[in-house]
Design a protein. Structure first.
Ligand code: ZN
Length: 342
């Protein structure tokens, strides 16, 4: 079989790749769709992010869905079962797993991640063999393209939980890449009364409107557009910061009401914050990292038609054209979520 393998920055190849037969408790899946994520793009452009660097060739990809084609000692999945693949495989044994925070596992194996060595190979390949617990069956109505959005949607559902109840709340989302866009869907599902989205590019803001944002504001070309929400000490109850941009976060602090909750999703590396604002307005600053049971929830909500991710998928290309697909995915003026087909 073949896989999309990163060798070095800007050196992405279609390589022959070893096929692995399932062992007891495992299933082999014929991959259909794989979404290109921001972290895949970091590996492609820079060879990694933060302190994480590729040290050996690694198949990319962790937003994948496909069809089971072989099982070993697994009863609930059969060849032909359509599944979303959960890229997360916590150990189940460590302190944090036992405390119910499996996303904080000390021995996490996450598909397509160079955080550990040898790297955990990713899912941009024709077949993948995973633990049966990682293969989550999808509804008949759900396409495999939508199923491949389960992972980033799970990230956003987890972030939504960090914010607490959203019913009737005024929500601000800064940054409208795929994660900011999916936060719109989660905020709507959570019952937010008003959802304002900011970005510095027009194309993603047009998608934001389609997804149900109340207001979509380009803060690069319209710096005063947030002024109505500055009234008094600020009016937003909740901020989802999905840009990783310090300027976006600082601006948002002025429009949050006292006691508001700020959930930081964007990984911007080092950021400087005016602690005065956080202290004086009694803001609640929360982190959020990956997901756990939200993966199954994402699959279920999409399957029941309660969350529709289709407007996010802006292009679908065969994996043989991976380099062109990665370049397209890097251009925010032309794409939101780009998927490969296998
Ligand atoms: Zn663990």
């Amino acid at each position: 079989m073949r896989a999309v393998v990163i060798h070095a920055p800007k050196d992405l190849r279609i390589d022959d790749y070893p096929d692995v037969a399932p062992r007891p408790g495992e299933v082999r899946i014929k991959i259909a769709n794989g979404g290109i994520c921001g972290s895949d793009l970091h590996y492609y452009h820079h060879g990694g992010f933060g302190t994480v660097r590729i040290q050996q060739p690694m198949a990319l990809g962790h937003e994948i869905a496909g069809v089971v084609d072989m099982v070993d000692g697994v009863d609930h999945l059969k060849p032909g079962t359509r599944v979303a693949v959960n890229p997360s495989k916590p150990c189940g044994q460590c302190l944090h797993c036992r405390e119910g925070m499996r996303n904080q596992c000390l021995d996490m194996r996450f598909l397509g991640s160079a955080m550990r060595f040898p790297h955990v190979q990713g899912g941009f390949r024709e077949f993948i063999t995973v633990d049966a617990t990682q293969a989550v069956p999808i509804a008949d109505e759900l396409s495999l393209a939508e199923a491949a959005v389960a992972e980033p949607l799970a990230v956003c559902l987890h972030a939504g939980k960090q914010a607490g109840p959203l019913l009737g709340k005024r929500v601000l989302i800064t940054g409208c890449g795929p994660i900011g866009a999916l936060m719109i869907l989660v905020a709507r599902f959570g019952g937010a009364a008003e959802i304002v989205v900011t970005d510095v590019a027009d194309a993603p803001l047009a998608v934001a409107k389609k997804l149900g944002a109340t207001h979509a504001i380009n803060v690069a070309t319209n710096a005063t557009a947030l002024d109505p929400w500055r009234a008094g000490k600020g009016v937003f109850d909740t901020l989802f910061e999905a840009s990783g941009n310090q300027a976006a976060l600082r601006t948002a602090l002025d429009v949050l009401r006292p006691g508001a909750t700020l959930v930081q999703l964007g990984l911007g590396g080092e950021m400087t914050l005016p602690i005065n604002s956080i202290v004086a307005k009694e803001l609640q600053l929360r982190g959020t990292f990956r997901f756990d049971s939200e993966f199954e929830l994402a699959v279920r909500l999409m399957g029941e038609g309660l969350i529709d991710v289709k407007p996010l998928i802006t292009a679908t290309m065969p994996f043989e054209n991976a380099v062109a697909a990665f370049e397209l995915a890097s251009d925010r003026a032309r794409s939101m979520k780009v998927q490969l087909t296998f």
